[in-house]
Design a protein around this ligand. Structure first.
Ligand SMILES: [Zn+2]
Length: 206
């Protein structure tokens, strides 16, 4: 299912605007995040509160549902202190001005308890949706909540459309641009495969 973009919004996608955004975005990157929350928490509603002091362009829920919070031509607050050298050879610092942020609903790291895997908030996460791994930048072995197939597919379609419309050639994780400070999306997200798949899909249609 291909998604189209008009007026810097994904067609047919609910829009819950965030006040934590503004200024012109010059897109160079897509940054992938996890929300560090479960499906009981409405991240888009949270971003709609000024006190959150955070936002993203898209939220992708466990069932693959997309919610847009900021238009793609406007800066959202998701990357924070960050840096990255782009394929254009330029060094970028604090990437919000150049990055479209996708927040994917996922607990992130989980710790083993007597009852099973639990999130930072103490929520029990079923072992069938957990992979044990170590982050590529180090840290302890721990559990990581798996992303759903519907989320991977929705993120793929959204990223494919965004890259095509805005001429974006780079997809990075929050952990890549803020190593040590951030661990999202972490080892449960196949970043290499996702990046290669999105960029190859656009080459095929170009
Ligand atoms: Zn993040």
């Amino acid at each position: 299912m291909a998604i189209s973009i008009s007026n810097h919004r994904l067609a047919g996608t609910p829009y819950v605007p965030s006040p934590n955004s503004g200024g012109a975005l010059q897109p160079k990157f897509i940054v992938i995040h996890y929300t560090a929350s479960g499906e009981g928490f409405d991240t888009a509603a949270y971003f709609a509160k000024r006190a959150a002091k955070a936002s993203a362009h898209l939220v992708i829920r466990r069932d693959g549902t997309l919610v847009q919070c900021t238009p793609f031509n406007m800066i959202a607050w998701h990357a924070g202190k960050s840096q990255w050298t782009g394929v254009d050879g330029k060094h970028y610092v604090n990437l919000n001005r150049h990055a479209i942020g996708l927040e994917i609903e996922n607990w992130g790291p989980l710790r083993k308890s007597a009852a099973g895997w639990v999130s930072w908030s103490g929520t029990l996460v079923d072992g069938s949706r957990v992979v044990a791994a170590r982050h590529k930048f180090g840290g302890p072995d721990c559990g990581w909540e798996l992303f759903t197939e519907a989320q991977v597919e929705a993120a793929f379609e959204a990223a494919r459309a965004i890259c095509a419309v805005y001429g974006i050639a780079e997809i990075v994780g929050h952990d890549d641009i803020a190593p040590g400070r951030k661990s999202d999306p972490g080892p449960a997200w196949d970043m290499e495969g996702f990046r290669a798949g999105v960029l190859a899909a656009n080459k095929r249609v170009a």
